[in-house]
Design a protein around this ligand. Sequence first.
Ligand code: 5AD
Ligand code: SF4
Length: 477
Amino acid sequence: MADEPTAQPSKKLYIETVGCQMNVLDSELVVARLRDDGYVLTDDIDQADAILYNTCSVRQHAEDKIYSALGRIKHLKRKKPELSVGVLGCMAQKDQGSILKRAPHVDVVIGPGQLGRVPELLAKAKADAKPQLAVSLARTAGSREHVTSSFDSYDADREPAVRPSPFQAYLRVMMGCDKFCTYCIVPSVRGPEQSRPPDSIVAEARLLALQGVKEITLIGQTVNSYKHRTPDGRITRLSDLLARLHDIDGIVRIKFITNFPNDMTDDLLQAVRDLPKVSRYIHVPAQSGCDAVLKRMKRMYTAASYDEMLARLRETIPGSSVSSDFIVGFCGETDESFEKTARLLERSRFKNSFIFKYSPRTGTKADGLFADDVPEDVKRRRNHILLDLQTAISLEDNRAFIGREVDVLVEGPSKSTTRKEGWDGPDQMTGRTACDRIVVFPGPESLTGETARVRIDQASAVTLFGGLADGAVERPA
Ligand code: 5AD
Ligand code: SF4
């Protein structure tokens, strides 16, 4: 009788991800690598054989959260010395060896350019009984000296179990950033801007479609700066890439984030207008409405040129929605400069805005050049003022949907605690319109992944509520 293969006991992996979509995707790829190495995911940190934190260093708050999490698991490592603990991503790149000094129970510190090596380094830390540090070369403004992994070294291996949902997936089209906004740590930790070859993006999108993915979100730090040149000189822009991805059967919606205002070219806007699968939603951060502040931030545009870009966008893509990021309390931001930002936010009528208090980052231009001179309570007040202005605008614009029917790509049961008024049935589903507005409506779970027509009858600043319209579900032929 042939020998039965003996099943290896699986090792349990607990992973926590903070920060941007790039990190969510990186974690998916790390989990895929570790799955091939015999790990299975667990939600129970106490049961884990490996605990990994995929980290962000854009603001101090995100870093503080990781150091407190590391503090909380110290006792686990004491109880179970064979437990592996890892710090991955941007903080690993930025803080490097100092993480091991502050948290000596950490076994691996691995920067974003080295994530393909996670299984190897976890094993090496065990074998050598010594922490492992794998980061890229330090990078300063303007330099391209930075060792990053190539796209194909680990992008192609995917793990559906950790996606936002089984039919939604991120797809990396660019790495790094060359803009060097003075407040931002990203260019030094994520390395130089590189556009991925279009053929491998299309191949990966096809693979995702075969796995049942219907919505792909193309990600890059400045995704609309995407430009790939083949050795024969042929250039592919983001608009060309969208057209190629549009042809893939099974993909019903394509999104892309995040955009840089100066690279919002007409060909891209026309592609969004002309390709029905492309979401009419554009995230294009303004950061400030004051020219002096924008200059200190080195954003390379003025408030007037941002206005012009937005007008062109709205003229080209009817029914689009736009969202933005703002930083309040950047170095030297006076009451007058803040007023200008508030006026820009008001006149731009964003669908929503993400508002951040300036957080100085060691190693950025701003940290070396300017004083962090806006007091914390002023930053907090300005943050609230912008949030209140944005909430009023979002509510007003959402109310305009009442009485209209919208097509919703259904994402699954709603986890939201905001419930439709007067509805106490059990099943509430959630999804998004083509212009990325969140819609919650009563309906069966079987609608997940389908496009449903919903008649809107209520609205809050973040959510539209409604009910299925007649003939509401579109199933692919
Ligand atoms: N402080 C506060 N916010 C920041 N962002 C980037 N760097 C900083 C910083 N040092 C914000 C920007 C960016 C978003 C992802 O994070 O608004 O668009
Ligand atoms: Fe940071 Fe500016 Fe690059 Fe965005 S464009 S990642 S804010 S440096």
